[in-house]
Design a protein around this ligand. Structure first.
Ligand SMILES: Cc1cc2nc3c(=O)[nH]c(=O)nc-3n(C[C@H](O)[C@H](O)[C@H](O)COP(=O)(O)O)c2cc1C
Length: 154
């Protein structure tokens, strides 16, 4: 992974999945809120943008920003006991920010969002093991779309 990081200033995008470690059920909303508040504070200072999908006991997160900042942030997140079994799906230079509107935001998929999973052929159950670098980014971009629409109608 580090071989793909050409320069600490180059824009990079890292996508990983991990399992929620602290509850077998959905993470509490107030816990997510606190996590996102801390993330926004740190990510703003480090020029990191991204999105965190929370679903069915899993996290799928994308981090974008200067290569070194992305790796430093990911290493810190890795050490967080609130999740485990983290797996990097992709880490590579990026030509532009896809999630530039948020220094971090979290989204939980609802039943109404089912169409997204259907699109990704995951309707029978969310199985992150099946996510590839392309399908993970597609999923996160679809969630970004929902987040955009929600923000507009809020
Ligand atoms: C799934 C998950 C995603 C996280 N994402 C971020 C993030 O994008 N940025 C960040 O600074 N911290 C993130 N954190 C929190 C960090 O692990 C850590 O708690 C936090 O950065 C500590 O910040 P503080 O030292 O300012 O309190 C995340 C934690 C988890 C479990």
């Amino acid at each position: 992974m580090s071989q793909q990081i050409s320069s600490s200033r180059t824009l990079h995008r890292l996508v990983y999945i991990s399992r929620q470690a602290f509850t077998p059920h959905m993470i509490a909303d107030d816990e997510i809120d606190a996590l996102i508040r801390a993330s926004i504070r740190n990510n703003l200072a480090a020029a990191i943008t991204g999105l965190l999908l929370v679903h069915d006991g899993w996290f799928v997160q994308v981090l974008e920003g200067p290569a070194e900042a992305v790796m430093t942030t990911y290493r810190r997140i890795l050490n967080d006991p609130r999740h485990a079994e983290s797996r990097v799906i992709s880490a590579a230079p990026a030509s532009c920010r896809e999630f530039g509107d948020w220094h971090m935001c979290a989204r939980q998929l609802s039943a109404a969002d089912d169409a997204i999973l259907k699109t990704l052929s995951q309707r029978d159950g969310f199985d992150p093991a099946k996510l590839t670098d392309r399908s993970a980014l597609r999923l996160l971009k679809a969630v970004r779309g929902i987040q955009d629409r929600t923000a507009l109608t809020a």
